[in-house]
Write a protein that binds this ligand. Sequence first.
Ligand code: SF4
Length: 738
Amino acid sequence: MSTTLAKLAALIPPLVDRHGPLTEELLLAPGKFGLGLAPAKSTADAVARTVCGFCSTGCCLNVHLQDDEPVALTPASGYPVNLGMACPKGWEALTVLDAPDRAVTPLLRERGGVQRAVSWDEALQTFVARMKGIQAEHGPESIAFLSTGQIATEEMAFLGALAKFGMGMRHCDSNTRQCMATAATAYKESFGFDAPPYTYADFEQSDVIVLVGSNLCLAHPILWQRVMRNPYRPEIVVIDPRTTETAMAATQHLPLYPKSDLALLYGLARLLIERGWIDGKYIAAHTEGFDDFARFVEPYTLEAVAAETQLPAESIERLARTIHAGARVSFWWTMGVNQSHQAVRTAQAIINLALMTGNIGRPGTGANSVTGQCNAMGSRLFSNTTNLLGGHDFANPEHRAKVAGILDIDEAVIPQKLGRPYHLIVEGILRGEIRGLWIIGTNPAHSWINQSMLRDVLDRLDLLVVQDMYHSTETAQHADLVLPAAAWGEKDGTLINSERRVGVIRKVSRAPGEALTDFRIFQAIARYWGCGEMFRAWDSPEAVFRIMTRLSAGQPCDISGIESYEQLDAHGGIQWPYASDAGNQRQERGLFTDGRYYRPNGRAKFVCEAPRPLPEPTSAEFPMILLTGRGSASQWHTQTRTSKSAVLRKLYPAEIYVEINPADAQELGIRPDELIEVASQRGQLQARAFLTLAVRPGQLFLPMHYDATNRLTDAVFDPYSHQPAYKACAVRVVRTAT
Ligand code: SF4
């Protein structure tokens, strides 16, 4: 055993006897209960290619290695996603691994409330004994997990299978509910499957790009670079209440009243129908429900919609003309649509526009949802939460039989219906129905809507287990048990990006201390729980990937033609579908080129419903609307990682700030940079006033990255996707200095 390994082995508390001594073989070998300390694989020129682990763009990064240690990072030039570019987060991806608050040993809270370091054996025995104890006392449905869109697809599949088939959990969800549940729900109903139809090349091929509720420039900077490479001088239309960085660069900006987007989209549809600016042939051949939809939008006259949206009628008309004049119109949306009280219908109103104008299935077109997290798309298909593994349906007996057959498990262990979504898990804790919660790679004590309520909920649990790379997150501070996890860069696996591209992540660095990959933690829990035999074939990430490819066979997301990580590397990632008989080697492929959708009759469906009023309108006490969103390209979500980089920290304000229109500031006597109080019915915070015309009078904007922001937001959800509506609630603002 090498000196380094000997030192590492000495640090590791003994595991229970049944696992035997920690030999070098156990430490290094994949598929055993070791620490996975095998040196990073490096190519001959000491460069490892790995997909970035922050956002859903899925850029490929070259990690330069010396003696198997990472020494530098550069964006990969030959990869079809980022074409040699990376945003600040990508450039700093290695730096954030190195932080003093990395979780390096399991931590168990003692009776006095202090978390103390314990061995993995004690941690795992505690996990199993207490979770099983809760189930014995309160029933199998009394434990749940909340996971993430940030771990590898193989880990998501392992967690989902372990929890639902091995541990008897029913209620499992992930933070992708906060991000993409709306898009997934909308696509399923409209297209018959959760199938974003585009490829990033569409950004370069459109002559009209319509961005709804998307600050692409900050949220997806590399995709914005793809827009900038478009040689057709496209019209760029931004529909957003704020004059965002993207809106500033647009050729048309429609600063509509918050959450009047659904009315605007119906008004545009009516205008296009009225003027005959629709594709009747496409509608007749490939869709259903258009006549009902056309009748439905009749009341959405230009005048009515202009009043509702507070937009000039001319700008709505101009957009309709632009859509009509475009030969290749693409519609894109992100969180401004997804995080709303009527999110699914808004997403479907965008889909309706693409369908009725025939702007789908051709290069440069589409109704395109851009995802948030690096593996939200993996979660949507393989986490076993909202779908049965591989995009299957828990309620479908054939699907259950297929999955049981491939996994060689008893079909009876597969639930016949979905568990509770995120907010109902939270509600279940409040009611005392759920008493044990396992949180993996997410930080709800910061990110969940109406934060004070959520923190109170976490403290009501009999057992809260947090599995994370840092022990310092707001959520880990509430934990009874912390399981230290390896990070991106410290493990192998695959991610699926927004355009359905499966890409490989590589282990280029060793996890600190006793931290284990999420994969190894799930494997260990399976053994301690007593269901290790069920996962005997799940002995490495690549072995699980091969299981996933078999599970996907015959599905729209079929990846059965992908045989290995090496194949993915060689192709620059591969978009689904890629069936064994596909024979389609092109690097960038859109869907629905033949006009056939995944619904039983092969047709896409027009879906519509009357808009509903804002759940929390302004009032005399709370007269302003609060908008939330991304603050900069250098911040990622709750900043647990990006705050670790000195470079990134220089690129965004350290303190929370609130954007306020100068007219409002003048009326309230607020000076630039003054500390002001913002309050909603749920709480208040103090923030520096940033006077800017980016927000309209009567509106405020807070970046989501600061932990105080969600003290204010209102726990309201879309009724179909159950996604939280972070974007608009009523607030008041007052000066704190007198
Ligand atoms: S755009 Fe997203 S995937 Fe690309 S480097 Fe930045 S964070 Fe990583």
